[in-house]
Design a protein. Structure first.
Length: 344
């Protein structure tokens, strides 16, 4: 592969007191990873060196001050701050949150300007990162504010893709948030993503019920009968293969999910609890529906094991490979649909 054809992967380093830098560095311990992409870490070489020393990792990094200085054969660190950072492994501090945001902000800026091809984000602490500049409940919402499109959080492996109709909101607000328009929007986003990002021509999507047992004909709740069912029927009548609602417990317990290309859960834990039970450590968080590609590992900051050299980098590595594959699929889809053959 020509070095200039390699995909440039921007990486925000997350909370410096957590395991983010560790899983990033461990991913690139295998030098063959540099055959697949050119990594650019947004941070500072001093901070990366601190983690290398703490973890006794030896791989060299290439410090740069501008994106045009990247070396396609090395782990690039784009220095975006000069201040000394007080790293306290295993602790949540406002300082680590501030620098996590600096890394993310710079990475997203370069993504918007197409100076990097894709973004892979290491875990942040959603509490200590809060500031006047970051008021979002998580990465997904921040990216939607700064990129074009309508986002959909998809947790995925090769065998399972679960999207969320509602994301980081209190459980008390879920029922009132689910409307026919929201369901249609999220189904459309997942449908389009399955086509352009994963090369599935005619996706088959399942939607889970809001209430236990789909509401038992209104005994446990009316939303499934009055909102979800008629909306899914309307979508199906338009030609999309959309089915449901399915009661979540039986849907996963019977492995019905294996019959679908994508699944939409009505709220956060309904989707993430079974997903992590089935595939924790191997899963990827993919933000679908936006103008640019972002993935992340399926775990958090890991304060409890930070600095112990025990973090598993499998999920981060999968996130990296997923970003690369989605980039290639999206590019191919764009080329195929740019000048479609017209019917005579």
């Amino acid at each position: 592969m020509d070095k200039m054809d390699k995909i440039i992967v921007g990486i925000s380093i997350g909370d410096l007191n957590g395991i983010g830098v560790e899983v990033i560095l461990k991913t690139f311990e295998d030098k063959r990873m540099l055959d697949f992409c050119t990594p650019v870490l947004f941070g500072a070489t001093k901070a990366i060196s601190y983690h290398k020393k703490a973890l006794n990792l030896q791989m060299p990094v290439h410090g740069i001050t501008a994106i045009n200085q990247i070396n396609h054969n090395k782990i690039n660190v784009l220095n975006i701050w000069k201040e000394e950072v007080n790293i306290e492994l295993g602790k949540s501090t406002k300082e680590s949150g501030n620098f996590a945001f600096k890394s993310l902000e710079a990475a997203v800026k370069h993504l918007k300007e197409d100076k990097i091809d894709v973004l892979v984000t290491a875990p942040i602490n959603k509490e200590n990162i809060q500031s006047d500049a970051f008021k979002a409940p998580g990465h997904t919402e921040y990216l939607e504010e700064n990129l074009e499109g309508n986002s959909l959080m998809i947790l995925m492996t090769n065998e399972l893709r679960i999207g969320l109709i509602t994301g980081h909101i209190p459980i008390a607000k879920v029922a009132e948030t689910i409307t026919p328009n929201l369901i249609k929007s999220k189904v459309a986003t997942m449908y389009n993503s399955l086509q352009q990002d994963f090369g599935i021509n005619k996706p088959k999507i399942a939607v889970l019920s809001l209430n236990p047992h789909c509401g038992d004909n209104g005994i446990i709740g009316e939303e499934d009968d009055t909102i979800i069912k008629p909306t899914l029927k309307e979508i199906a009548n338009s030609g999309k293969l959309v089915f449901g609602p399915y009661a979540a417990d039986g849907f996963f317990g019977s492995e019905t999910y294996k019959q679908f290309d994508g699944v939409l859960a009505t709220y956060h834990d309904q989707g993430l609890a079974p997903f992590k039970a089935l595939s924790f450590g191997k899963g990827v968080n993919f933000t679908a529906g936006l103008s640019h590609i972002r993935t992340s590992p399926d775990h958090g900051t890991g304060y409890d094991i930070a600095g112990e050299n025990n973090a598993n980098s499998s999920s981060f590595k999968e996130a990296l490979f997923t970003a690369i594959q989605v980039y290639k699929s999206r590019k191919e889809y764009s080329e195929l649909t740019e000048n479609p053959l017209k019917a005579k």
